[in-house]
Design a protein around this ligand. Structure first.
Ligand code: AMP
Length: 406
């Protein structure tokens, strides 16, 4: 039997997974044996799995049980499939993506009943995501009671930011209560940071902005491959326009909605998290592909606003870095939409960025011209690799210093 680590990323309507073989290679990377997802949970669930060489191993509708098919059922289905298809592997740990680690967690942590209640206390800070991560932990702990469950946090990577980048202009005692900027998408940024030397060489330790543009979207400014600033703050609402989230908003709008529109806090939360962003502005869809294919003026305006917010926030992060050496695009939109990358890059000429249009059309990886003072790249993210690696590191830490009393 060989040891392996299962990485789980439970989102609002999907569960993504990857199984990684131990031990790690010399560069610290873990070889991925299989990865896949169940998407369409609650609507039309569909399971797919891909092998190490990119071959399709499964692609099945699981729609006949759609009504009861929740996250727990999705994880059970995945585990049953893995037991059948990975008979030579023994799971040494399961790593989970957990969106919010608050002030408490700066590193992956083994889940205990105490940790679980601490994660539950953070649900209101990430209502769209945190409950699914917790549900994933519960489901797998029930099925695999002897396998360590390890939480890996999207906020942890940003703990290196200088104090001033984490502060709101609120009374000091509120910062002490944990009301401050945390930043998210940290597992993705950590992966990109680990890949930068391969692409940028010595520039990788310079001033880099990574644009994680997916259904959720944010930017992160890196120096020395560490986070120094990001567009997301206390919750995953701040910053860029997203699929269904509003991004940066005058807090006075929230007061107005409550006082003048008589909305409850639940209604405001639902508006800002689920009915805003590309969906709210276009009135059509949260999916950029649908908007790009549409001839509705409102769809075009939603895309204009998406690009405008990216360009403005890029300027802000470039100012925080004191200039820019490289820009990296990643995630669903960043990796796949030449159109969005072109529009963003063409508005960054003032920073010295020169786009190589032909390279951009084929998704790079290098999409700036050879003489561009600011280099530009497309690098695919791999959050599951970071989750698996984080789970392994936590296992090794625990083995090196077992808790007292054991
Ligand atoms: P993610 O959350 O990283 O899975 O990204 C989801 C987003 O990526 C959705 O808005 C998709 O419309 C977008 N996306 C995926 N592929 C493409 C593509 N080829 N062109 C434009 N957008 C895309």
């Amino acid at each position: 039997m060989n040891d392996a680590i299962l990485a789980v990323d439970a989102g609002s309507s999907s569960v993504k997974f990857g199984v990684f073989a131990l031990p790690a290679a010399r560069d610290g990377e873990l070889a991925r044996l299989v990865h896949g997802q169940i998407e369409g949970i609650g609507v039309a669930p569909r399971f797919s799995a891909v092998g190490a060489g990119g071959e399709t191993l499964a692609q099945d509708d699981v729609a006949d049980v759609a009504t009861q098919f929740d996250h727990q059922a999705a994880l059970s289905h995945t585990l049953d499939w893995l037991v059948q298809h990975l008979s030579g592997q023994r799971l040494a740990a399961v790593g989970h993506r957990i969106v919010h680690g608050g002030s408490l967690f700066a590193e992956p942590v083994r889940v205990t009943p105490r940790v679980l209640s601490q994660l539950e206390a953070l649900v209101s800070l990430a209502p769209l995501h945190q409950p699914h991560g917790i549900a994933g932990i519960r489901a797998l702990a029930e099925r695999l009671p002897d396998v360590p469950q390890i939480a890996c946090f999207d906020t942890a990577f940003h703990r290196t930011q200088p104090a001033v980048a984490q502060l709101f202009g609120l009374p000091r005692e509120l910062s002490g209560d944990g009301i401050r900027r945390y930043g998210f998408h940290g597992l993705s940024y950590q992966y990109i940071a680990s890949q930068l030397p391969k692409y940028l060489g010595t520039d990788s330790d310079g001033r880099v902005i990574v644009a994680h543009l997916g259904n959720g979207a944010s930017l992160c400014a890196l120096r020395g491959r560490r986070s120094v600033a990001s567009t997301m703050g206390f919750t995953a609402l701040d910053g860029l326009l997203m699929g269904t989230r509003c991004g940066g908003l005058d807090p006075g709008v929230v007061l107005y909605l409550i006082e003048e529109k008589h909305m409850t806090t639940v209604q405001v939360a639902e508006l800002l998290y689920e009915r805003s962003g590309l969906l709210g502005v276009s009135g059509l869809s949260s999916d950029l592909r649908v908007l790009l294919a549409s001839d509705k003026p409102a769809a075009a305006q939603a895309i204009d606003l998406f690009v405008y917010r990216i360009v403005r926030e890029l300027g802000s992060l470039a100012a925080a870095l004191g200039g820019l050496d490289a820009l990296v695009f990643t995630a669903g939109i960043g990796e796949n939409s030449a159109h969005i990358r072109q529009r963003v890059c063409e508005q960054l000429g003032w920073l010295g960025l020169k786009l190589d249009r032909a390279a951009n059309e084929v998704h790079g990886p290098r999409i700036g011209t050879a003489d561009s003072p600011v280099s530009a790249w497309v690098i695919a993210t791999n959050e599951e690799q970071v989750i698996a690696r984080g789970a392994l590191d936590e296992l090794l830490r625990a083995r090196a210093s077992p808790p007292s009393g054991h």
